[in-house]
Design a protein. Structure first.
Length: 249
């Protein structure tokens, strides 16, 4: 008779089924495409997302239902229209972080001139949910760090000078919620962290409202305006040529 000890059953981790379910939600290319599109921080209709991903409206509706049920998207209805957006900043951070790992190898070459233009615009400057990303976001983050407004040595933190800088510009910082004031978000095109959190969102809103940056195209790309290039040069010492779109202005 075999008296060797039987292997002990592995302890069950209660988080494992939830992690598997979350991974399954993003394992479909159409659903992943929807989440990436919604990183622009705006609400989209099901029809807009269907056209964006080149799928039938019925297919889009089915996928959106799964994403809403799974907690990655939030749904709003206005009359006959159904709008969806990313559930919160944590979901945006998750999608951006996963995207950075997904493209960590050699980038895929665009298949058309239009795709190349879109890819270039997103790499140059874009919104990541409600803060700035791409080369523009990185340049601003680096300049703030170099000027002693932001610390990155022990995690992201605004210095006293940084808090005063936001105050001087008249940019209010919301510290009332559970959202961190500042946080680093790994940029999937630059592979370095850009400024996120409440301060990153406030700065992004300010540059758009002040006309320093503007959205263009149907996605989340943003470009620096001539007045914005001048303002960022004066305030942070950023070389205008490093953040301007050469085809604009």
């Amino acid at each position: 008779m075999d008296r060797s000890p039987r292997p002990r059953p592995r302890p069950h981790d209660a988080a494992a089924p939830r992690l598997a379910a979350l991974a399954a939600l993003l394992a479909d290319e159409t659903r992943a495409s929807f989440c990436l599109a919604l990183l622009d921080g705006r609400a989209w209709t099901a029809g807009e997302l269907a056209r964006y991903a080149s799928v039938a409206p019925s297919t889009a509706s089915e996928h959106l239902g799964r994403l809403v049920t799974g907690g990655l998207l939030a749904e709003e209805r206005q009359g006959r229209h159904r709008y969806v957006r990313l559930a919160d900043e944590r979901v945006a951070h998750l999608v951006e972080e996963l995207a950075s790992h997904a493209v960590s190898g050699a980038p895929e070459r665009p298949r058309s001139l239009r795709a190349a233009s879109v890819s270039s615009a997103l790499a140059r400057g874009r919104t990541c949910y409600d803060h700035l990303a791409g080369r523009l976001g990185i340049r601003i983050t680096e300049a703030m760090t170099a000027r002693g407004l932001l610390r990155q040595d022990t995690g992201f933190a605004l210095t006293d000078a940084g808090l005063a800088w936001f105050g001087t510009l008249g940019i209010p910082l919301d510290r009332s919620g559970r959202r961190p004031l500042v946080r680093g978000c790994l940029d999937w095109t630059e592979r370095r962290p850009h400024l996120a959190g409440a301060a990153g969102a406030a700065l992004c809103a300010h540059v758009l409202e002040a006309g320093w940056c503007e959205r263009f195209g149907s996605g989340r790309a943003v470009r620096v305006t001539p007045s914005g290039a001048g303002a960022l040069s004066e305030l942070l010492g950023i070389e205008p040529a490093s953040i301007r779109d050469r085809t604009y202005g």
